[in-house]
Design a protein around this ligand. Sequence first.
Ligand SMILES: [Zn+2]
Length: 469
Amino acid sequence: MDTRTLSRLAGLASAVVLLAGTGCTADTVQGRPGASGLRDAYFPKAGNGGYQVEHYGLELGYDPADGVLHGRAVITARAEQGLSSFNLDFSGLKVERIAVQGTGARFNRTGTELTVRPADDLAAGEVFRTEVVYSGRPKPHEDPDGSTEGWIRLDGGAVAVGEPVGSMTWFPGNHHPSDKAAYDVVLTVPKGYEAVSNGRLRSRTDTGDGRTAFAWHSPEPVASYLVTAAVGRFTVTEGRTPSGVPLYSAVDPGEEAGSAPALGRLAEMTEWAAARFGPYPFSAGGAIVLPSGSLEYALETQTRPVFPGAPTEDLVLHELAHQWFGNSVSPASWKDMWLNEGFATYAEWLWAEEHGGPTAEQRFEAFLAGDTAVDPAADSDWDAFAPASPPGPEDISGNPVYHRGAMVLHRIRQEAGDAAFSALLRGWAAERRHGNASTADFTAYAEKQTGLDLRRVWDVCLYGKDSPR
Ligand SMILES: [Zn+2]
C-alpha cells in the first residue's frame, strides 16, 4: 500500500465536496498538520512528517569577531500529504520572517520544533518553497552522550558538525538522515577568511563591502547531519585523484606540517577505496583540518571530513570510507549507526591488511583475546552491547558500534570467503547508493547476495546479548 496515494485521494475528495457545496471555483485544498517527528527510536523529534525536502539553499553571513550568524534558508520540498501546517527542526536563533510560496506564513516555536502555517494549505504532491530568515549567535547542542555539536564558535572562526541532530542549531530543516537533499550553501565572511562547505566551490566573489562570498554546491543527496561550514584562516590546497575527483582541502596553518603525511595520501586512498567499494559516490572530496583541540571528534561531513588537528592515516581512511558507508548509504534510523561505523572501522582493517599491518583475521582474534598490541581498542568495552542494539541514544557512538560492528563484517567474510565478501561490500554500496538502509535491509541483502544462512552471525554477533568471545 502506498499511503501517499491514499492521502492524495482523500485530499481530492474533500476538495470536490467543498467545490460542490459552495460553488467556489478556487482550487481549495484541505490539509492537516504534518507530524512533528519521525518517531526515530532514539531521537523521536528529529525530522518531521508530511514532506520530503528536495533542496536546501542556505545563504549565511558570519563574522568571527562577534559570532553572529545571519541566515536565509530556502527549502524546496514536496508535500507527501495535504498540509495545513508543517514543522521544521530549529534550535535557538531568532526567526525574523517566514514565507511559503512567496507569501508570508504564520509560525510558532516549541522547543526545537518550528511550526509553519502557510496562508494556503498545500496539496499532496505539491512542490513548495519555504523561506526562513533568521539571525543570532548559534548555541551548540549537547547530546545524550555528553558530546557537543552544531555551530561551534572557535578562536578566529567557526565550524558546524551535525551528528546526530546539531544541524538544527544553524539552519531550519528536516533533520533526520532519512530525508536527504541537494544543497547550495553560500557563506559570506570578512575578507581574509576562508569559508568551506560540502561539494564543489562554484564561485568566490568579492561582495564589495569588505566581505567574500563562497558558493558551495552539492548535487548529490546529503543527510543534514553531514552538512558542514568552516570559517577560518585556512591554507587551501586543490588537487585531483587519478580518476579525476577534484579535491579541496582547507587546513589550519598550524596543522599543515602534521597533516601532510596523511592528507598527502588522500588521492591514493580514494582510488584504493573505489577499487574495493565501487566508484567514489560524490563529485568532490577533500578535508577540513581545524586547530588541534577545536572539537572532541572528527566527523565524516560529506565530501570533506572535519578533523580537529592533524589527522592520522587511519583516521583519514576511516572518514573517507564513510563517504560510501554512512554518507551515500545512510542509516534509516540512528539505531542503525553500526552500518556507518562498523563498515568504516572494517575499512581501516582492510587498509592495514594491505599496507603492512595486521590482517583482519589477526585483528578479529586480537579483540577476542584482548590483545592491545594488535589493536589498542581490544581491551575497551567493545562488547558491552550488541552493535545493532545500542541500549540508548547515548550509546550510538559507543565502542561496540565500531569494533564489534567490524567483527560482524569479519564473521560474514569468514563464512562467505574473500571473493564473495568483497562482492558484498561493493554490491551493498551500489544497491543503496545515495539512499538509506536499515540493519534488516543489510542482513536480508547479505543473505541474498552470498546465498548463505547467516542467522548465527546475526544472532550471536549483531544482536546477541552475550559476548561473541
Ligand atoms: Zn566513523
